[in-house]
Write a protein that binds this ligand. Sequence first.
Ligand code: SIN
Ligand code: CO
Length: 383
Amino acid sequence: MYSVNLKNLTRQQFLDEYWQKKPVLIRGAITNFDDPITPDELAGLAMEPSAESRLVSQTDGKWNAQHGPFDSYDHLGEENWSLLIQGVDHWDENVDALLKEFRFMPNWRIDDVMVSFATPGGGVGPHVDNYDVFIIQGSGKRHWQVGSNETLTEVVANEALLHVEAFEPIIDAQLTAGDMLYIPPGFPHQGVAIEPSMSFSVGYRTIAKSHLFSGFADYLIDNQLGKDMVIDPQRQATKTPGLIDEDDIHNLTTSLQDMLGDEQRLTDFYGQHLSAAKHELAIEEDIEPFSADEILDILQEQPLNRLGGLRCLYFPQEWAKGWLYIDGEKYVVSPTLHNAMTLLADETALSHRQLAPWLEYDEFKMLVTQLVNQGFWYFLPTE
Ligand code: SIN
Ligand code: CO
């Protein structure tokens, strides 16, 4: 189990001082840090078509970027390349375990753990991200520079790689295992491996307001909502046909506001939208269905784990109604089971002791059986 020290600050003090405000280097954030996944395992994962992998390399000062899956790395040599995979927490329970220390942010706000392996000289070049990130140094050393958030000109280094021009570092340091950088959106940074090295980036989810809008529009269309027309039965004859007058502007704006004004509808949209996984879930194929009794038996021996990257969310107002959102779908649970529902959403692993009071209820047993058979919650294989 990992334990993260945020400069001896409480989680809240850290958020108040640094979150979305300024970057910081935290030496020894995780003591005795061991890579949760090896470079070989990472290379193997990048051969899977559903893993989102990239290879970034430099030859004679020219940047190359390629998307996976990859079938060989033999051509790459010993230097100046790095392999990066998004959403490794979906595939590897040890990488997923890292996230436990970062769940002082709500699950919907967490994106994924991106893992990178880099050979000496390897890195992705100077760039800006639009999300917050904690970069944990694993094995090997990497040199990191972080600049201030002044506007920098972007340069297309390669069609798959957006860089920024050189920046003046405000953090300039060699990181070794267990050191961690926090970088808010908009601060340019670059890491260059000094030795073959691993790094683990806990990335947060940010949403452009326009994407929230377009997501809501998609929700309305998918759910056949808002199909009624904007109407104008009080229309007055005009002498200025080129004009969109104030009444029309008011009518159009009110129509938009009506769509946004329905709180239940918006809540349902947030639930569906924010619980949908961003990276493909590694759902086990051909699951042999479990019966409820089998699940009860296994639970005596081991906890039930939530699949890495699966989002399970609930709301304060809607909580009373038993609305539970799992991977973009709404589940409605009866009032007696509300506390069981929050266990599913808040905890990543559930013991028999935690679940026992609720397993008396057939409805909950059925829900858990369904979720296990869908591959959303799982037991570790026993020998
Ligand atoms: C890396 O791990 O090499 C890149 C991480 C980042 O800059 O966001
Ligand atoms: Co970055």
